[in-house]
Design a protein around this ligand. Structure first.
Ligand code: PLP
Length: 398
């Protein structure tokens, strides 16, 4: 049940009932068709093969490679372990530069390998790594750069590659947000030494938990295959240090089922984005982040910047939406550099991260995906318009 909202008195912050009876979350899973998933489950029960590079994992790797137009995809149990294995396979040491404005897993994957994450600033318009900031932070101890295609928007791949080349450091990408995205006609997945995707439940394409590393380097792919399986090359033959990064068959089954519907998810997300765009058009102080190349976007995140002229600040908007049962998120507030493990090691990082601080204080991510449609978006946009008008009214009265 969705309650009508027509005026300020209908808002929950003004004492009315919430607009939505059930919470409307960011990142609600896109669920594959049950009948299709059941078909794959039958295969698992027939083969009695649950994990250890089973047939469904192999099929998923093949189908994802085809979709990305990349030579190799190595499936992993999740995106974080995939990042760790990629970083380790590239033999990075010392310092690794990455954005502070990303999900903390990017930083943890570096630090978990005993390396020092060094946080670079972003471009305040694109929210992606600023190559000039990266270059300023390079020291003799730097061995790698982890670019992030934040919100699925391609990072400045060419400029980062130039910085990496000039300073003889390796470049890889955290492409967790960028499945099914492309840049100038090339799929994300083909850039840098390798790219890491997350297939977490909240992502546009999920395998419950999971991920892949994609690369066009056969030797690197082979090394990561060894590393994800304890270094085993055959039953009793361990030829490399390794860990357990394997994807299970049931996760691959979910991935294969979702792959069949991926294009419908993308269409749905594109439709939702356009509805949000229309819904907040002309509202002073709001900016909906649009993809640079709509035809190469997955629209999985609805990212709104709440500017000063909106009147209500970002956290007031968050609270007002929460009162309506709309559970928006402040991704990726406050920035990794302000999180306890990194705040202590880099207490002065804020000095060179002005855009990270600014963007992290303005952004709200709104619900989209298969479980969100026109009716929900219409109400959310009405709430925004009322909050904008209400605050403008309050300012005028004040
Ligand atoms: C940018 C980014 N990097 C890494 C991860 C980690 O992926 P996973 O949850 O699959 O471990 C995520 C999301 O969860 C992410 O958003």
């Amino acid at each position: 049940m969705i309650k009508e909202i027509n005026g300020l008195a209908d808002l929950a912050i003004n004492g009315a009932a919430p607009a939505f009876e059930q919470p409307l979350h960011v990142g609600r899973p896109n669920l594959a068709e049950r009948a299709v998933f059941d078909r794959y489950l039958d295969q698992i029960f027939e083969s009695n093969w649950l994990t250890n590079n089973g047939p469904l994992v192999q099929q998923l790797e093949l189908e994802v490679s085809r979709r990305l137009g990349v030579d190799h995809c190595v499936a992993m149990c999740n995106g974080t372990i995939a990042l760790e294995i990629a970083i380790r396979a590239l033999e990075l040491t010392g310092e690794v530069i990455l954005p502070s404005y990303t999900f903390v897993a990017t930083a943890h994957a570096v630090s978990w390998q005993g390396l020092q994450p060094v946080f670079a600033d972003i471009d305040p318009v694109t929210h992606n790594l600023d190559p000039a900031s990266v270059e300023r932070l390079i020291t003799p101890a730097t061995t790698g750069i982890v670019g992030v295609h934040l919100w699925g928007r391609p990072a400045p791949v060419g400029e980062l590659a130039e910085v990496a080349r000039d300073h003889d450091v390796k470049l890889l990408f955290d492409a967790s947000h960028a499945f099914a995205c492309s840049m100038e006609g090339t799929s994300i997945g083909n850039f840098g030494e390798c790219e890491v995707f997350s297939f977490h439940a909240t992502k546009v394409f999920n395998s419950f938990e999971g991920g892949v590393v994609s690369t066009n380097n056969a030797a690197l792919a082979e090394k990561m295959r060894l590393m994800r399986n304890f270094g085993f090359a055959g039953n009793d033959n361990v030829i490399h240090p390794g860990t357990n990064g394997k994807m299970t068959e049931v996760c691959a089954a979910m991935g294969l089922s979702n792959l069949e519907l991926l294009d419908s998810y993308l269409d749905h997300n594109r439709h939702n984005f356009a509805a949000y765009q229309r819904g907040i058009e002309g509202v002073d102080g709001l900016r909906l982040l649009a993809p640079p190349e709509p035809e190469g976007a997955n629209f999985q995140y609805i990212v709104i910047e709440v500017g000063e002229s909106f009147g209500a600040d970002r956290d007031e908007v968050l609270a007002a939406l929460e009162a309506e049962n709309v559970l928006a998120r402040r991704y990726f507030w406050p920035g990794c550099h302000k999180m306890q493990p990194y705040r202590e090691t880099q207490p002065t990082a804020e000095l060179w991260l002005p855009h990270t601080t600014e963007v992290a204080s303005r952004v709200l991510v709104l619900p989209t995906g298969k479980s969100v449609g026109d009716a929900e978006i219409d109400i959310i946009c009405r709430i925004f318009r009322l909050l904008g008008a209400g605050s403008a009214g309050a300012r005028a009265a004040g």
